[in-house]
Design a protein around this ligand. Structure first.
Ligand code: SAM
Length: 280
């Protein structure tokens, strides 16, 4: 994700969907060099073409999703927001780069090992986290969110936007269940945006283009996708956990919205989806 964001950020302002000036800091040296080279006219397009040819839809889906989530956060900010929680924040830098978030308490929640890595990278790049950012270490499988978030100063009375991007597919159903139930205890009217994969890609990978290479790469990286949901069952699944589904957007839709010129010919990653729910 950091590489995709860095490549997109290297494009001229009129062509890019967003600018994440920090993404490059999180890359290993050879990828950081590649991202730097993408600043040379034409190189970003060549690199993108290579990535798109090898991992169908992964990059385009990721950059369109980043922009969509940025836009949704901007809307939430315009409506008034007291808190933002980024569950599984990883190398997400929205708290550092999105105007408006500096006035909101932002909780970056992740595994302690990932948080330590992020902080080391930020220190190395002499980047100081805005004072609004609070780091909260947790393992989602421990079902301990209530306790650690209370200790970090999270309020269940404040209007909150919770972002949970790129994580549910790595968890167990029990961890997803307990985390969603925790989200539903936010103040009424609060919003949750999370990504999930269509369960069909786990049950029958061949029914989606490009999964063979993708799954091989995940295996090589020691990452395994373990959890998915059937879009048709999503509303019920959320309702049972105190959340009302507002929108369920597939990557073909958000690619068409932000990359209209190429979305018609772009294949792959159709199983990756964004759900937006409201605390009912
Ligand atoms: C693919 S990254 C997504 C990061 C970020 N949200 C983004 O979209 O760039 C998945 C994140 O989930 C975190 N994660 C995965 N399993 C976890 C667990 N059991 N407890 C806490 N964090 C976990 C990882 O540390 C990592 O930061």
């Amino acid at each position: 994700m950091a590489l995709f964001r860095a490549i997109e950020s290297s494009l001229p302002a009129r062509r890019r969907l967003f600018e994440d000036p920090f993404a490059r800091q999180f890359l290993r040296p050879r990828f950081a060099l590649l991202a730097r080279l993408c600043g040379v006219p034409g190189v970003a397009d060549l690199v993108s073409q290579y990535i798109d040819g090898r991992w169908a839809g992964a990059r385009s889906s990721a950059v369109a999703r980043t922009r969509l989530i940025d836009d949704i956060i901007a809307e939430a900010l315009a409506q008034g927001l007291d808190q933002m929680v980024i569950l599984g924040a990883g190398f997400d830098t929205r708290a550092y780069r999105l105007p408006g978030l500096s006035d909101v308490a932002v909780f970056e929640v992740d595994h302690p090992d990932t948080l330590a890595k992020k902080q080391a990278v930020l220190r190395h790049a002499s980047l100081v986290a805005p004072s609004c950012v609070r780091s909260v270490g947790i393992d989602f499988t421990s079902a301990d969110l209530d306790r650690v978030m209370d200790a970090a100063g999270y309020s269940t009375q404040a209007r909150t936007f919770i972002l949970w991007e790129g994580v549910t597919n790595y968890l167990t159903e029990a961890a997803v269940d307990s985390t969603l139930r925790w989200c539903a205890r936010a103040a009424s009217g609060s919003e949750l945006l999370f990504t999930y994969i269509n369960r069909a890609v786990l049950d029958d990978p061949e029914s989606f283009a490009g999964t063979e290479t993708l799954f091989a790469t995940l295996k090589e990286a020691g990452e395994q996708w373990t959890f998915g949901l059937a879009p048709a069952e999503l509303a019920d699944f959320l309702r049972q956990r105190g959340l009302a589904l507002q929108q369920d957007i597939g990557s073909s839709e958000y690619r068409a919205r932000y990359l209209p010129r190429v979305s018609g010919v772009m294949r792959g990653y159709e199983f990756y989806r964004i759900a937006i729910a409201r605390v009912s």
